[in-house]
Design a protein around this ligand. Structure first.
Ligand SMILES: [Zn+2]
Length: 310
């Protein structure tokens, strides 16, 4: 999650703080999620999303052929009673763990007083990007989704019991029926491990991208597509940063097998030594299999740099 402090300004954020009596909207939506888990009597992961949704007036969760990630179809109130109940639809083409995050995101929409008072259908192109420029309600729903799917009460002790590793992260993700990325984001937010999870994809420097896309033979490098890092990891990994071909990360890309090794990453004028565990993890985009590597990085010497060795 972002380290930048948010200055919340929307009516939706304010309504949530008034509802809960908690001045910070982020803490307020987490409290809503915790209250729902308590109300539903959930005692361990994985959380029963269908049951949680039913407590919020959702009568069905459907997989649909659609472009957006999710949809909350609202049934208007008739008098005091909710007629029929709402429906959550998720994109059938997305992975089951992505669908779970989206379901949790749609449940979070029901926490908002405006929805409670006048339910209106909401469509989400995408969930889980926690965008800074996004609508505040959307961001808060991503935070609420994490709190529902990966509650701190179970996530923290589980992560604390494990050594930081890719296998540990994958096991924990499976326990919560969450994606590895969503799980990494939550563990990073708790700062239990000094680690980063980096998604690498072949691509070009910004300056070369349009030339390459126009058919010029410019070789692609393996580049940072997304990076999630805990505060104690101590290194900021910028998007589109490339990794050297002699690295273990690149080897995972080339051989399509898991690798581990000591890699160096030069960022600005500093070179960092990192312990990397990488897995090849192609994914489907519009019916085409896209190559991708996922790396779990640990600092070898936390927050220290080698003397511009690379
Ligand atoms: Zn949404």
């Amino acid at each position: 999650m972002s380290k930048r402090r948010t200055h919340w300004r929307s009516d939706a954020a304010r309504a949530l703080t008034l509802l809960t009596g908690i001045p910070d909207p982020e803490a307020a939506i987490i409290a809503c999620a915790d209250d729902l888990l308590d109300e539903a009597g959930v005692t361990e992961p994985p959380v029963p999303l269908k049951m949680l949704a039913s407590f919020q007036g959702v009568r069905a969760i459907e997989k649909a052929d659609m472009q957006p990630s999710g949809r909350l179809i609202a049934m208007p109130r008739s008098g005091l009673a909710v007629s029929g109940g709402h429906i959550i639809q998720v994109n059938r083409a997305e992975s089951p763990t992505r669908q779970n995050f989206t379901i949790a995101h749609e449940i979070a929409h029901t926490f908002f007083p405006a929805f409670q008072a006048r339910p209106q259908t909401i469509e989400d192109e995408q969930t889980g990007d926690y965008s800074e420029d996004d609508d505040e309600e959307e961001r808060l729903c991503d935070i609420g989704a994490s709190a529902l799917l990966l509650p701190e009460r179970w996530l923290r002790p589980l992560a604390e019991r494990r050594e930081p590793s890719l296998a540990g992260l994958q096991d924990i993700a499976q326990t919560f029926r969450a994606s590895v990325e969503a799980t990494a984001r939550s563990i990073a937010h708790l700062d239990v491990w000094p680690f980063a999870l980096v998604v690498w994809e072949p691509g070009w420097r910004k300056a070369d991208r349009h030339l390459a896309e126009a058919g010029q033979p410019i070789p692609a490098a393996l580049r940072v597509s997304r990076a999630i890092a805990s505060p104690s990891f101590g290194v900021y990994i910028p998007r589109n940063k490339s990794i050297a071909e002699d690295s273990s990360v690149y080897q995972a890309y080339q051989t399509q097998t898991p690798t581990s090794g000591l890699d160096r990453l030069t960022i600005g004028e500093r070179t960092w030594e990192l312990q990397a565990e990488s897995a090849y993890s192609a994914y489907n985009r519009d019916g085409i299999l896209q190559p991708r590597v996922i790396s779990f990085l640990r600092p070898v010497r936390p927050a220290q740099s080698l003397d511009n060795a690379g």
